[in-house]
Design a protein. Structure first.
Length: 204
């Protein structure tokens, strides 16, 4: 269970990112634009522009989501489709990719590999999301980028490229640091007293 709601996330063989913008940032109140910018950075980092004219790109950002009654939503987040999700479309599905905004229903070869969610608090925004690297034995129905593209994605290289891209796209100066000791203490206390308890995890 997570503060942003949505479907279940299995944290295995994936990369998770978390981004917090203060109330004064120009994108703090532009939720769809922030999704778009972050996902565009991931797409460019994972699938550079075609080297040959007409070469297809297999990663696409969905123009529309799929609306279902809450009781009909799949349990796993990566089986759902929302506007702005990054999906992998195979070479045989160029028509599906082109018509994705007009026909938002997922095809068998429309595989979601990046999804994000947001939560706002006193004007600040938290956005977090996951990139599926490869299939997990605990959720074999979900394919990752390595399974779909037949290529290896070096985690360190992806992290470096995405960090650099976000710094430029969001006009931020990023540098490695640690949380202040006081915040680490608060985070540990919340984890132990809330998120680590069965009362929170199993409550539905």
């Amino acid at each position: 269970r997570r503060q942003t709601g949505g479907g279940a996330i299995l944290h295995d063989r994936e990369l998770t990112y978390s981004l917090v913008l203060p109330p004064g940032h120009p994108l703090a109140r532009q939720n769809e634009r922030l999704y778009q910018i972050v996902h565009e950075v991931f797409v460019r980092s994972l699938w550079p522009p075609a080297s040959q004219p007409g070469e297809p790109s297999h990663l696409h950002i969905r123009g529309e989501g799929i609306t279902r009654p809450p009781t009909d939503e799949p349990f796993l987040c990566f089986q759902r489709r929302a506007k702005g999700d990054v999906v992998f479309v195979s070479e045989n599905s160029s028509e599906s990719a082109a018509n994705m905004s007009q026909n938002p229903s997922p095809a068998m070869d429309d595989w979601k590999i990046i999804g994000s969610a947001q939560r706002r608090y006193h004007g600040a925004v938290l956005q977090h999301g996951s990139l599926l690297i490869e299939r997990s034995p605990s959720a074999p129905e979900l394919k990752g980028l390595r399974d779909l593209a037949g290529r290896s994605a070096a985690e360190d290289a992806v992290i470096s490229a995405v960090t650099s891209g976000l710094s430029s796209a969001l006009a931020l100066r990023l540098h490695p640091t640690k949380l202040p000791a006081e915040l680490e203490s608060i985070a540990t206390r919340i984890a132990n007293n809330k998120y680590g308890t069965p009362a929170w995890t199993k409550r539905r």
